[in-house]
Design a protein around this ligand. Structure first.
Ligand SMILES: *Cc1c(COP(=O)(O)O)cnc(C)c1O
Length: 393
C-alpha cells in the first residue's frame, strides 16, 4: 500500500486545457470547507453568479456553474432544450461538433449535420441553407472556439441567423470564455456553456452555463421530463435560484467553487477586453516564433483562435517523441492532434494564466531545442528572436 502523498510535477501547461492555475486560485481551494447551504456559502454563490454574468456578458438569471466539466455543460444544454423527435441543426468542424451530435441522438432528437473542414470556421451560408431547408428545426448548435483545430467561428453572425429563423441557439464557448470575445446578450445566445480549466485558468470540473429567458421558458414548458435527473435545470434552480428557500439538490463542489470565484475575480480585475487583447498579443508573438521555425498553421489567419495554435508537424519528425521530450526535459505540455489530425499537428494552448511572455518564449525555446536535438536543420535562437521582434514592434 502506498504511504506517500502524491507529488505532481511542476509543469507548464500549454496544451488544449487544463491551463496553468495560479497560486492565488490554488490557495483559494485550501480555505475551509463549509456546508453547501451555509449562509456564508450562499452569499459566495450569489457573488459567483454575478461574476459569471460579467464574464459571459449577460443578465440571464439562469447563469451558474454546473458541478461537472465542460462536457456536462454541453449535455445540460442538449437534454434541457431538446425533447424526443426535435430537429437540431449541428455544425461539425472538429471533435466537439461530433460530440454534440452524440448528445442530440441520446436525447432522441434528430440531428441535421452541417460539415465544414477541420481547421476552418463554420460557414454561415451552409447554416442559412440548412435553416431554409428545415423550417421545423428547434435549435442551431455550434462550437464557437473549436479546440481540436484552433478555428474560431463567428458566433455573432450564426446567432443572428438563429434569431432570424426563430430557432434556439446553443453555443459551445468552452475555450472561448475569457480568451476571445463572447457576448451572450448582445449576440442573442439562448444557451451557452463553458469550462473552468481553459481560459479561466481554474481547476477542471466546473462548467459555467447560461440560459436566456426564451430558453428558460422552453425548459419550463417541456412536455417530457429532462432525461437526466442530475442535469435537469428545473431541479438545479431550486439550489442555485434566488428564491428564499434553497433546497438540497446535490452537494456542491465547495472548494472548487471557491477557486472559480477567485479566477473570475482575477478576470474582472484585469477586465474582459484586456484579457481578450492579452491572448491576441501573446498569440502574435508565438505565431512569429513558430513561423520562424518553418512551422505552418492549419487555420487561415482570419479564422484563428489566439488561445489554441495548431501547427503542422514537420516531415520526418516523430510528433509523439517531441511531446515526450518537451514533457520530460522541459516540464512543458503541449497537445497532440485528434481524429483525422492525430499524428499530423501539435496544439499549443495560450489559455488564461498560461498566456504570458515567459511561457511564449519558454515554449519556443524548448520546442526549437528539441527539434534541433532530433536533427531538424534550424538555426538556434531564431524563434525567440522572431517573437521578441514581434513583442517589440
Ligand atoms: C474542452 C472542451 C469541451 C469539453 O470540456 P471538458 O471539461 O473536457 O469536459 C467541450 N468543448 C470544447 C470546445 C472544449 O474545448
Amino acid at each position: 500500500m502506498p504511504t506517500q502523498s502524491f507529488q505532481p510535477p511542476q509543469r507548464t501547461l500549454m496544451g488544449p486545457g487544463p491551463s496553468d492555475v495560479s497560486a492565488r486560485v490554488l490557495l483559494a481551494m485550501a480555505k475551509p470547507t463549509i456546508g453547501h447551504l451555509d449562509p456564508a456559502f450562499v452569499t459566495m454563490m450569489e457573488s459567483l453568479k454575478g461574476l459569471l454574468q460579467y464574464a459571459m456578458q449577460t443578465k440571464n438569471t439562469l447563469t451558474l456553474p454546473i458541478s461537472a466539466p465542460g462536457s456536462a455543460g454541453m449535455e445540460a444544454c442538449f437534454v434541457n432544450l431538446l425533447e424526443p423527435g426535435n430537429k437540431v441543426i449541428i455544425c461539425e468542424n472538429g471533435v466537439f461538433g461530433g460530440r454534440m451530435k452524440e448528445n442530440a441522438l441520446r436525447c432522441g432528437a434528430q440531428p441535421i449535420m452541417i460539415n465544414d473542414d477541420w481547421g476552418r470556421a463554420v460557414d454561415p451560408n451552409k447554416v442559412e441553407a440548412a435553416l431554409n431547408e428545415h423550417p421545423d428545426a428547434k435549435a442551431l448548435a455550434f462550437v464557437q472556439a473549436e479546440t481540436s483545430t484552433g478555428a474560431l467561428s463567428d458566433a455573432q453572425e450564426l446567432c443572428a441567423l438563429a434569431q432570424k429563423f426563430g430557432v434556439l441557439s446553443i453555443v459551445d464557448s468552452v475555450t472561448a470564455l475569457g480568451g476571445t470575445q463572447l457576448q451572450v446578450d448582445a449576440w442573442g445566445i439562448d444557451a451557452c456553456y463553458s469550462g473552468s480549466q481553459k481560459c479561466l485558468s481554474c481547476v477542471p470540473g466546473l462548467s459555467p452555463v447560461s440560459f436566456s429567458e426564451c430558453a428558460q421558458a422552453v425548459i419550463k414548458g417541456r412536455s417530457s421530463k429532462v432525461q437526466s435527473w442530475f442535469l435537469d435545470m428545473n431541479l438545479i434552480m431550486s439550489y442555485w435560484g434566488t428564491g428564499a428557500k434553497r433546497a438540497y439538490h446535490h452537494t456542491a463542489p465547495i472548494n472548487s467553487l471557491y477557486a472559480l470565484h477567485e479566477s473570475l475575480l482575477m478576470l474582472q480585475a484585469e477586465g474582459l477586453e484586456n484579457a481578450w487583447a492579452r491572448h491576441s498579443y501573446h498569440h502574435q508573438a508565438l505565431r512569429a516564433g513558430l513561423e520562424a521555425m518553418g512551422l505552418r498553421f492549419i487555420v487561415p489567419a482570419a479564422e484563428r483562435l489566439p488561445q489554441l495554435n495548431s501547427i503542422t508537424v514537420p516531415e520526418g519528425v516523430d510528433e509523439a517523441l517531441v511531446r515526450k521530450r518537451l514533457l520530460e526535459d522541459y516540464q512543458l505540455e503541449i497537445g497532440a492532434g485528434l481524429g483525422p489530425l492525430a499524428g499530423k499537428i501539435w496544439r499549443i494552448g495560450l489559455m488564461g494564466y498560461s498566456a504570458n511572455k515567459r511561457n511564449v518564449l519558454y515554449c519556443l525555446n524548448s520546442l526549437e531545442s528539441v527539434l534541433i536535438d532530433l536533427g531538424v536543420p534550424l538555426s538556434g535562437g531564431a524563434a525567440v528572436k522572431a517573437a521578441l521582434a514581434e513583442y517589440a514592434g
